[in-house]
Ligand binder design. Structure first.
Ligand code: FAD
Length: 380
């Protein structure tokens, strides 16, 4: 356990872990095998205070911070990284509305999102390249009564289950020829917004990922987040803090799974008449997994603590996401190796950890983009 948690944070971790062991762990392999997001759990997750836990009580949340949110997502992802990214992305819609919405928008959308009676999502990525966020093909055009949105988003988590969708798009071009981005909320059941193709992923299969199609989606003026032209700010602040700290927490959950499963297996498996733990080569693998898990946790909770104290910290969060996601791949490989032939048998979860770890890397921004952000923060 991270040594600098407060007593309340330690208690939260214990309570969430117990919930996860009861309600999530027994089904994680099945969700993975069936490529299924357990959306039926949403109301229960809402009751537990897991959804949008950082939302103040006046809007239906439990008023915690980014650190507590990372604790929750790490614990969920210890057993189901797929469900971890589904919750994480639900929270992106929540965070965008909480941090950039009007009082009216917060009162209208946040209580149901926190209760789990509605599912949230944030759509930025397009087929022309997720890294090139500024080059939005989706249009958000002004009309007499509000806005009309047209476009096609891809690789969107919760694409087929979200009913409160935050959409990033282009509202015109400035005098330098640069696209002006805006962020809007598309309310539940707005005609014209439909899920498109559903992707079948390598990992993170406890979540649904796919296209969000926007075909003449008419929304009111009251759906604009912040103001026209603030879309890049909304996207960067939301993805930069809530998205990537969430992905770092998911990767840290996978690291914890690799460490714990590796130790358990090594203690139980007997070779040469002794447990595997007697072999120094096996001890080295466990030690390396422990070091990388601790390093990932420290970087993650350092970054979330900076944010919770009121300072924006996109490069710190990017560093935590870069390290944790790459370390999770190394840890999964070590755990598979440690287990010998059993490591590649699907009855064991080690193969899933590797698939999940590989799928975490591009989600929320690739490792190359994280390096550009970290270096930018140091050299700008
Ligand atoms: C499981 C999953 C869930 C996702 N969920 C969401 C979601 O809910 N909402 C959403 O909006 N998006 C989501 N995404 C999209 C994700 O954010 C993008 O996949 C990511 O930003 C990368 O974009 P891309 O896949 O188009 O890759 P590209 O941008 O095409 O990149 C391809 C390669 O080029 C490299 N590259 C690109 N630009 C540079 C550069 N300037 N310098 C060096 N190398 C570069 C990249 O690192 C990568 O190796 C999800 C993705 C996945 C895999």
């Amino acid at each position: 356990m991270f040594q600098f948690f407060t007593e309340d944070q330690k208690m939260l971790q214990t309570v969430v872990r117990e919930f996860v062991e009861q309600k999530i762990a027994p089904h994680a392999a099945e969700w993975d095998a069936e490529d299924k997001c357990p959306v039926e759990l949403w109301p229960e997750l809402g009751q537990m205070g897991i959804l949008g836990c950082f939302v103040p009580q006046q809007y239906g949340g439990v008023g915690l911070g980014l650190t507590e949110r990372a604790i929750i997502i790490e614990e969920v992802s210890r057993y189901s990284a797929g469900l971890g990214i589904a919750i994480m992305t639900h929270d992106l819609g929540v965070a965008a509305i909480l941090n950039w919405g009007t009082e009216e928008q917060k009162q209208k959308y946040l209580p149901e999102l926190c209760a789990g009676t509605k599912v949230g999502g944030l759509s930025a990525t397009e087929p022309t390249g997720g890294s090139d966020l500024g080059n939005q093909g989706t249009t958000i055009d002004k009309t007499d009564t509000g806005f009309v949105v047209n476009g096609r988003k891809c690789f969107i988590t919760n694409s087929h289950i979200a009913n409160v969708n935050v959409i990033i798009g282009c509202s015109g071009v400035n005098e330098k020829g640069r696209k002006i981005l805006s962020a809007v909320i598309v309310p539940p059941e707005t005609p014209g917004l439909t899920p498109g193709r559903e992707e079948h992923k390598l990992g993170l299969k406890g979540s649904v990922t796919g296209e969000v199609i926007l075909n003449d989606v008419k929304i009111g003026d009251d759906c604009m987040l912040s103001k026209v032209g603030d879309g890049m700010k909304v996207a960067m602040h939301t993805i930069g803090h809530f998205g990537r700290s969430g992905m770092a927490a998911i990767a840290t959950g996978v690291l914890k799974a690799c460490l714990e499963d590796g130790i358990k297996f090594a203690k139980e498996r007997v070779v040469y008449g002794k447990p595997l733990t007697a072999l120094q080569a096996i001890q080295f693998l466990i030690a390396e997994n422990k070091v990388e898990y601790e390093a990932a946790e420290n970087m993650l909770f350092n970054a979330t603590a900076i944010y919770d104290r009121g300072t924006e910290c996109v490069p710190d969060v990017a560093a935590a996401k870069l390290y944790a996601s790459e370390a999770a791949i190394r840890a999964a490989k070590r755990t598979i190796e440690l287990m010998g032939g059993y490591g590649v048998i699907n009855e064991y979860a080690a193969g899933r950890y590797m698939r999940d770890a590989l799928a975490i890397v591009p989600s929320g921004g690739t490792s190359e983009i994280m390096k550009i952000i970290i270096a930018g923060g140091l050299t700008r």
